[in-house]
Design a protein around this ligand. Structure first.
Ligand SMILES: Cc1cc2nc3c(=O)[nH]c(=O)nc-3n(C[C@H](O)[C@H](O)[C@H](O)COP(=O)(O)OP(=O)(O)OC[C@H]3O[C@@H](n4cnc5c(N)ncnc54)[C@H](O)[C@@H]3O)c2cc1C
Length: 542
């Protein structure tokens, strides 16, 4: 963005008024040191451009299964194979670190997230995820209804959330201060509608919104919600309270990187209804760690470590025949595209984002199937700010999640919060989803801005709530997620494309979280586990 002025950059990401105010009061800007941490888009772009490389004869090996992708889905697949006593596999991960979008980092002070940062406690029906949490030692039993009980130290500490509005912080996310009677009536009506969906069951006893998504209802009344946007759904009910719309818009941006005009009503309601056991109950408690879901990644990675090859990207997957009976060849390259390795394998678990399948799977390269282009992804910027001390606050005190009402960003989470370190140095993880209507425009903007531009955006944005932030931040690193998460736009969740993409193809079993249409740890874990079970079943039949 070198041909753009500071004002242009800030206006593009924070809006013109914020840019004008920043340029009027603060110039020139001193930025803290820092760097772009990832993700590695160069190797991805080479693969997209048709990278074709043949390993030498001595670089081929035979292995029972190849897992492509070491995010939560790939690592969960590895866990399931190992649990079944199957260890004849290798997991290829493009990056030098495991975890994908649930990756984390560590400073001398504390660990911190680079993406996913919480997991709601599962409901009792999600037995597979409960077994993982039991393994991690985060559960301490079951309550009278059989729901898993999370040990207190893993439940997000109070205060959980606060919102900054016109000069001060308020508790929670719904802005009650200044709300009119009409605002509150609409908020209550919305909650009543959410509770109606929490209570709703289809003729087979399935919830409308369940986690994993595959266990929820496909009844016509539920599917119909996916045909309209969340904004239209609200409009049809005559609900236009700015505070209610803000809350739902925030929820859609937070979980999906979409505005309420862009997200399907099914996805919007899923956010509110899927984590509530009974009408009127609180949502399931959130579990978090300083490094967010990086803690879950570390556990999964430890189990599979000896099978994981970091820094190796699958660039071509070549099924030998139409049924996948004769096996599959996988070609992988290192980061610099200098060395190539080949794997003759029986089956592949493809746990990389689905859009990549058209660049990597040879028959898809030659003849891209229509369903793949239906998978669209949003772009996100995440910054970690290393502070030597806390900013002063007006109003409600620092919480785990700190949201700015009048910002395009989602605000920040605080790494030290869960450990009860409430004074002194800390790390803020700042989240900015690029919600452009065309995700390609969002990606171009994301990558056009470098570390300094993004650092200035984050600091300018946060200085609305913390005017002294620049004097407190000693370092600021940036992650640019080009294909951060699947976009559950209207029509996608219940599309034929999503159904077709989940089917195995010539010995390749698909596992990425995007197959659920919503980007969640639980969905990645579900698909990784499911794909591994498909592989085990096919191995038994061989
Ligand atoms: C900013 C952000 C915040 C989020 N917050 C939350 C949250 O708080 N809670 C939550 O539940 N979810 C959250 N999510 C979503 C969550 O991270 C994902 O749903 C889940 O972790 C996805 O796991 P995955 O393995 O399916 O995919 P990914 O995380 O996308 O992992 C795919 C992996 O495949 C690798 N890969 C890609 N191409 C190749 C190749 N050719 N060869 C080898 N490897 C390859 C990638 O490097 C990556 O490691 C967040 C996501 C983002 C981006």
């Amino acid at each position: 963005m070198s041909r753009f002025t500071r004002r242009d950059v800030l206006a593009a990401f924070l809006g013109l008024p914020a840019a004008l105010a920043a340029c009027r009061w603060q110039s020139p800007q001193r930025l803290p040191e820092g760097e772009i941490v990832g993700a590695s888009d160069l190797i991805g772009h080479r693969i997209r451009d048709g990278l074709h490389i043949t390993p030498s004869q001595d670089q081929w090996q035979r292995v029972g299964v190849v897992i492509v992708g070491g995010g939560v889905a790939g690592l969960s697949a590895a866990r399931r194979l190992l649990k079944a006593g199957f260890d004849d596999f290798v997991l290829l991960e493009l990056e030098q670190a495991p975890g994908g979008t649930a990756r984390s980092g560590r400073s001398p002070l504390i660990a911190y997230p680079w993406g996913a940062h919480y997991l709601p406690a599962p409901m009792k029906e999600n037995t597979a995820l409960i077994s993982l949490l039991d393994e991690l030692g985060v559960l301490e039993g079951r309550d009278a209804d059989g729901q898993p009980v999370v040990a207190e130290q893993f439940i997000c500490r109070d205060p959980e959330e606060r919102v900054f509005y016109r000069g001060r912080w308020y508790e929670g996310l719904y802005l009650r201060a200044g709300a009119t009677a009409d605002d509150l009536a609409e908020f209550d009506a919305f909650n009543a509608e959410v509770n109606r969906w929490v209570a709703w069951r289809d003729s087979r006893g399935r919830r409308a919104f369940a986690i994993p998504v595959a266990t929820g209802s496909d009844d016509a009344e539920v599917i119909a919600l996916d045909r309209v946007s969340m904004a239209s759904w609200l409009e049809r009910r005559g609900w236009n309270s700015p505070r209610l719309r803000w809350l739902i818009d925030y929820a859609c941006r937070d979980d999906y990187g979409l505005t309420l005009d862009q997200a399907s009503a099914w996805a919007g309601l899923f956010y509110f209804a899927s984590r509530v056991t009974n009408p009127g109950a609180e949502a399931r408690p959130l579990m978090t760690w300083p490094e967010g879901n990086g803690r879950l990644v570390s556990h999964l990675y430890e189990k599979a470590k000896s099978k994981v090859r970091l820094g190796l990207a699958a660039c071509e997957i070549i099924p030998a025949d139409a049924n996948g009976d004769k096996g599959v060849d996988v070609i992988a390259v290192d980061h610099e595209c200098q060395s190539a390795f080949g794997f003759h394998t029986n089956q592949v678990i493809f746990a990389a984002p689905h859009f990549l399948s058209r660049y990597v799977i040879r028959p898809y390269r030659e003849n891209p199937p229509a369903h793949v282009s239906e998978f669209q992804y949003g772009a996100w910027m995440v910054a970690n700010l290393f502070l030597k001390d806390r900013p002063r606050d007006r109003g409600f005190p620092l919480a785990w999640d700190n949201v700015l009402y009048e910002s395009e960003s989602l605000g920040y989470v605080v790494a030290t919060h869960q450990l009860g370190l409430d004074r002194g140095p800390t790390v803020f993880t700042y989240y900015y989803p690029l919600c452009d209507s065309d995700p390609r425009d969002a990606r171009s903007k994301l990558l056009a801005a470098g570390r300094d531009e993004w650092a200035d955006v984050a600091l300018t944005d946060l200085s609305r709530a913390h005017p002294e932030i620049r004097s407190l931040v000693e370092r600021l690193d940036v992650m640019r997620w080009g294909h951060a998460m699947i976009r559950p736009r209207p029509g996608f969740i219940w599309s034929e494309a999503r159904r077709v993409a989940s089917q195995p193809y010539r010995g390749i079993h698909f596992a990425h979280t995007d197959l659920s249409g919503v980007p969640l740890f639980e969905e990645a874990f579900y698909h990784g586990t499911r794909a591994a079970e498909e592989v085990l079943e096919a191995t038994r039949r061989r």
